[in-house]
Design a binder for this molecule. Structure first.
Ligand code: SF4
Ligand code: SF4
Ligand code: SF4
Length: 183
């Protein structure tokens, strides 16, 4: 069977670790962007980007929040960087039960970078805009996409929006938390 193909926009952020100064402006901007109401508070614990910091060795590595995982890895790897050993967990993007990173402190829900989706869209993600040293750079490109998969994802989004309208965001969050614990 022939699959219908269209194009979609893929947003990418490149990280030049050499340029990171560890200023953490990206963390502050991200948390302000996702505050409710928007820009009403700054709390890096709510940020979807985290800067792994080793001030003694002047090393800073920004890490973006990725997918939620229900269980931690059974095995871990180690990285040796400039003579210092880091656990794989240091640079891992997952919202994982083994640590407090990328977990919303009030609700306990996982945090994931959403590329600052907004209506109207931002010219570029906010963490990129505030990164004065130029460690973060943004580009958007078009790629081929499966129409069925895009429609499925849009339908899921519409379903969630409808649930929030009917029952309120708090009830939906409570139910999602209950469901994720039971799985
Ligand atoms: S704003 Fe840029 S330079 Fe500052 S910590 Fe974040 S990534 Fe590093
Ligand atoms: S933080 Fe990442 S690497 Fe570490 S246990 Fe969790 S999923 Fe695995
Ligand atoms: S792209 Fe937006 S959501 Fe993702 S880390 Fe940067 S500021 Fe946060």
């Amino acid at each position: 069977m022939k699959t219908d193909v269209t194009t979609k926009t893929v947003k990418e952020i490149s990280i030049d670790v050499e340029k990171c100064t560890g200023c953490r402006a990206c963390e502050m901007a991200c948390s302000a962007f996702h505050a409710k109401p928007r820009y009403s508070s700054i709390n890096p614990a709510r940020s979807r980007i985290r800067v792994v910091t080793d001030e003694i060795n002047d090393e800073y590595v920004p890490v973006y929040a990725g997918n939620f995982t229900r269980s931690e890895c059974d095995g871990r790897h180690f990285y040796q960087l400039n003579g210092k050993q880091y656990s794989e967990c240091s640079f891992c993007r997952a919202s994982c039960p083994s640590r407090d990173y990328f977990i919303e402190p009030d609700s306990g829900l996982p945090l994931k970078c959403d590329m600052c989706e907004d209506e109207p869209p931002l010219a570029e993600p906010l963490c990129v805009t505030v990164c004065e040293p130029g460690c973060l750079t943004y580009q958007a490109r078009q790629v081929e996409a499966n129409v069925d998969e895009l429609e499925e994802s849009a339908a899921m989004e519409r379903g969630l929006e409808s649930l929030v309208r009917q029952h309120g965001i708090d009830a939906v969050i409570d139910n999602l938390k209950r469901l994720s614990k039971g799985r």
